[in-house]
Write a protein that binds this ligand. Structure first.
Ligand SMILES: [Zn+2]
Length: 156
């Protein structure tokens, strides 16, 4: 190899690790995730400005007031932004590369004022647009996790 040349193959060093961990999602996310196990989606509403946060958060970003008023949110909403990925990234649930293409969208569910970031069933950019109506597709066996919603599909 000459000076400045780049190796064709990256060097790799095996480093097997068994890293199991648990983390606290916080009181707001804990209730939100428990609701998903019952196909219930809830947002936290600010008593000061009325803004309904989904995902829920402990404080209003505008008023700085603590939030504790839960309000129901629909499992359908509007696509506010989207992207179709053609490069694989590691799936956080499996540790394996996610099959491509896959869609990611910011979805504002009916009854919420903020968006959640989630997978989209549709991967054809010609069929995706801001303002598109979408609905949640639920996993058959719910476990109180964000992927209880498998993805959002175009509402017909
Ligand atoms: Zn507020």
């Amino acid at each position: 190899m000459t000076a400045g040349a780049i190796a064709a193959e990256p060097l790799g060093v095996a480093c097997p690790m068994d890293l199991g961990w648990r983390y606290a999602s916080g009181a707001a996310m804990e209730r939100f995730l428990a609701g998903l196990r019952e196909r219930r989606i809830e947002a936290l509403r600010c008593d000061g400005c009325g803004r309904r946060y989904l995902p829920p958060r402990p404080l209003c970003g505008d008023c700085r007031l603590p939030l504790d008023r839960w309000v129901p949110v629909a499992a359908a909403g509007t696509l506010e932004a989207w992207s179709v990925y053609r490069l694989p990234i590691l799936d956080g649930r499996t540790g394996e590369p996610r099959p491509t293409p896959y869609g990611i969208g910011l979805v504002r569910l009916d009854g919420a004022d903020t968006t959640i970031n989630h997978l989209l069933a549709e991967t054809d950019p010609g069929r995706l647009r801001i303002g598109l109506r979408v609905r949640a597709v639920w996993r058959e066996e719910l476990r109180g996790a964000l992927d209880d919603i498998l993805h959002f599909e175009v509402a017909r």
